[in-house]
Design a protein around this ligand. Structure first.
Ligand code: GLA
Length: 386
């Protein structure tokens, strides 16, 4: 069931002093292609979804934030001026965002808040970016005269992940949550910050997520190790080719040249990133021609790379990808950071019903539970609801 303002407002009223505040929303995201390219300064192709976070916020005249997580039924109070911040991870996201907004000169004040979300947690749909963007957008609106740019709001969320959570993520998730636009995907150049909206209306096809329900946890995980591998390889290549700042600038030839100086594992990781950089561009070109078959092929190539070279897949996700292939789904791959979560599938309308039926049955036969099917509707980015 879709989360509504009323679900959050009723709990805000109940939990605090009976009055109401302002309500903000921020979405999760999908990503058509361009995985693990953001922190390599490459391109990504995300879009916001309709699922997201909704928070009601009201200044309370103190320096304390009193936060109620409706989903977790957990309450935390923390001071904006306490360097350490709260222990609960969910509250650290809010604390981190407030502190980063303060560092940008926004005079954030204490507030009461109740919030909830309908982005499945750990599904690779960026529930945490939705939470960060929601509070960054709200702080900007309530205390910052909306002077902080959208890109800087996204960076506030990213800095929160780095400094308060321990996940050295790229900018894609927070970017998509803040900038999303209903009906459009976005191609972002993660080096320059330039982006373009691409209307997404694939006639005859649907995008559907299949959630393996294997929970992923990016913080402190092999995610950070992947990033380090990329940085190590880029640094070695740069010794020979000073123009190379990141793997975005590297070629397979350069990688070949330094193979003796890097580990086999790092070489595999880098090969994936170089391939993925090129796939995003190939997909953009194919989309301009309405060539969804090529888009789909590239998605399968990405899955293969993420599974065999980058090694961020798991048995369940590979199984879902195999089923998609057997059922002639146009494109299918792991979405997001990996290690669990969803596959994203581009499926023709005629095959859709059958695919959903088969994937549910076969997955259940093997793993004892049905995967969750999520039809993708591209929605708007961060906004004030009332
Ligand atoms: C996570 C990170 C993003 C990005 C993806 C993989 O979602 O938060 O920055 O690196 O993984 O593409």
């Amino acid at each position: 069931m879709k989360l509504t303002i009323e679900d959050v407002r009723s709990r805000f009223i109940e939990h605090f002093d009976g009055t109401t505040g302002s309500v903000y929303a921020s979405p999760g995201r999908i990503n058509l292609i361009g995985e693990h390219t953001d922190y390599n300064n490459g391109f990504v192709f995300p879009g916001a979804v309709q699922q997201g976070m909704i928070a009601e916020i009201k200044p309370n005249g103190t320096r304390n934030v009193r936060a109620y997580s409706i989903d977790l039924k957990d309450y935390v109070e923390f001071s904006l001026d306490d360097e350490k911040g709260p222990k609960a991870t969910w509250a650290r996201y809010i604390f981190g965002v407030c502190r980063e907004m303060m560092a940008l000169g926004v005079p954030v004040q204490g507030f009461n808040t109740a919030f909830a979300g309908d982005v499945p947690l750990g599904a690779g749909m960026s529930s945490s970016a939705a939470l960060e963007s929601c509070f960054a957008f709200a702080c900007n609106d309530l205390w910052g005269e909306n002077k902080i740019s959208k890109m800087d709001l996204a960076k506030v969320g990213q800095a929160t992940e780095h400094k308060y959570i321990g996940c050295n993520c790229g900018i894609m998730d927070q970017f998509a949550s803040v900038h999303g636009k209903a009906g459009s995907l976005m191609r972002l150049d993660c080096r320059s910050g330039e982006f373009e909206y691409f209307p997404w209306n694939p006639k005859g096809y649907k995008l559907v997520l299949v959630n393996s329900c294997v929970k992923h946890e990016l913080a402190g995980s092999p995610y950070n190790d992947r990033r380090l591998s990329c940085e190590r390889v880029a640094a070695v290549i740069a010794k020979h080719h000073p123009e190379v700042e990141s793997l975005r600038d590297a070629s397979y030839e350069m990688l070949e040249e330094v193979k003796g100086e890097i580990s086999e594992e790092d070489a595999k990781r880098a090969a994936y990133v170089i391939g993925e950089r090129d796939r995003v561009l190939a997909v953009c070109e194919a989309l301009e021609k309405g060539d969804y078959e090529t888009v789909g092929e590239k998605m399968y190539e990405t899955h293969h790379g993420l599974s065999k070279e980058y090694e961020v897949s798991c048995e369940e996700l590979d199984f879902l990808n195999d089923i998609a292939h057997e059922e002639h789904v146009t494109g299918s791959r792991i979405m997001g950071g990996g290690f669990g979560g969803c596959t994203i599938n581009l499926v023709s309308e005629e095959l859709y019903d059958n695919f959903v039926k088969v994937v549910k049955t076969k997955f259940k036969e093997k793993y004892g539970k049905e995967p969750i099917i999520i039809d993708v509707v591209i929605g708007d980015g961060s906004r004030k609801l009332c």
